[in-house]
Design a protein around this ligand. Structure first.
Ligand code: DP6
Length: 363
């Protein structure tokens, strides 16, 4: 006979969320606590089997505290970002019937139940690729599923992921996603909106060239705050330029117009890094290899008279490259290998994860 005591049940949910690559960058907050941006942005969500986070959230009456494990190591859950996400999800929790045990967990139960969170990235953290977007999107989505949170308006869950990390809100949707900066002070309308689904532009290939696996010296959070405080160029970009290029980029995506997509994507990346240089003290995210990759793509595009490939760089030296189809992607890869040959004493760590080819370059 099995006598169930108060503490011997567990309810859990597992979710997976991919990371996203911004082609119109988010850089700068107008409200730091709520993570409200100074401009809207657009990104491409990678496939779930590519660079993604997998998170299991569990509750049990036997858990005595909220706890978090990232990539196998317990880390503190006391940070504001985790606490804010947990609070927002808990405040929206509803009565849930656990599908496995048919146990009913009431709205009141959620107030006292503690969560254990286990999250893992499927890409090496050493690759120096941002993981907070996938991590917070996955955490918030899994918690929302566990606690029966239903959106009262479209995009509400993305607005909770946003307070974990701004770019995370865009990972709630697949395909091409816009983060509308919103107008409200409470952040309710600062949400992610899917512009086109995953299958819309299937030919487009994403290649990530890992230039350095070192941790970046200036985090996005601190870097963008310095830019907001000191760069005049950033203000001009956010107010005058981004609103215009958002219109052009939406259209290019809708029409699968690679030439326009490539032109705007490269220009936006360069402008973002120009605002970093315009920051005091200046922030340098690109290194010499990054700059050589830019030149390689620019020279190729110029020689052909029309864009063959596009590049974008986030807050680090790693290149994210786009090709209009598989044939061009192969050409791009061979060019990369030609111009950046692996050092003879080092084995090039090149591997393919789904559609994303990752190449590690020596600095
Ligand atoms: C350069 O979303 O990491 O990748 O909101 O402070 O967590 P916080 O910043 P984060 O910034 C991402 C900046 C970027 C551009 C982008 O993804 O749009």
């Amino acid at each position: 006979m099995e006598a169930e005591t108060q503490g011997d049940w567990v309810a859990m949910v597992t979710a997976r969320a991919p990371t996203n690559i911004a082609v119109i960058k988010y850089w700068g907050k107008r409200n730091q606590k709520l993570i409200l941006p100074i401009n809207s942005s657009i990104s491409i969500t990678l496939n779930p089997h590519d660079l993604s986070a997998t998170t299991t959230v569990a509750v049990s009456p036997s858990f005595t505290a909220d706890r978090l494990w990232l990539n196998g190591k317990e880390v503190s859950i006391e940070g504001d970002r985790y606490q804010n996400c947990l609070r927002e999800i808990r405040s929206r929790a509803t009565e849930v019937t656990d599908p496995k045990t048919s146990r009913i967990i009431t709205k009141k139960d959620w107030e006292s139940l503690h969560v254990h969170i286990v999250s893992k990235n499927n890409f090496p953290t050493a690759a120096g690729l941002a993981s907070s977007a996938a991590g917070f999107a996955c955490l918030v989505y899994a918690l929302a599923q566990l606690m029966g949170v239903r959106e009262r308006y479209k995009g509400e869950i993305s607005s909770i992921a946003r307070i974990g990390s701004g770019s995370a809100c865009r990972s709630l949707y697949g395909g091409f996603v816009e983060w509308d900066m919103g107008k409200d002070d409470d952040g309710k309308d600062s949400i992610a909106i899917q512009l086109a689904e995953e299958k819309h532009w299937e030919d487009l290939v994403v290649i990530i060239a890992v230039v350095s696996s070192r941790r970046k010296e200036t985090s996005s959070t601190l870097g963008m705050q310095d830019s907001v405080n000191t760069s005049k160029l950033l203000l001009h970009r956010a107010k005058e330029i981004v609103p215009k290029v958002m219109v052009e980029m939406r259209k290019a995506i809708k029409e699968r117009d690679f030439a326009t997509f490539a032109r705007i994507c490269c220009a936006d990346s360069n402008q973002f890094h120009a605002t970093c240089l315009d920051t005091s003290p200046p922030i340098f995210y690109l290194n010499d290899t990054s700059k050589r990759i830019i030149s390689m793509v620019e020279r190729w595009n110029k020689a052909e008279g029309t864009p063959q490939a596009a590049y974008t760089f986030d807050a680090g030296p790693n290149a994210v490259l786009f090709a209009p189809d598989k044939a061009k992607a192969c050409e791009l890869l061979s060019r990369l290998l030609f111009y950046f040959p692996p050092a003879s004493d080092k084995k090039i760590s090149s591997y393919v994860v789904g559609d994303v080819d990752m190449l590690a370059f020596k600095e």
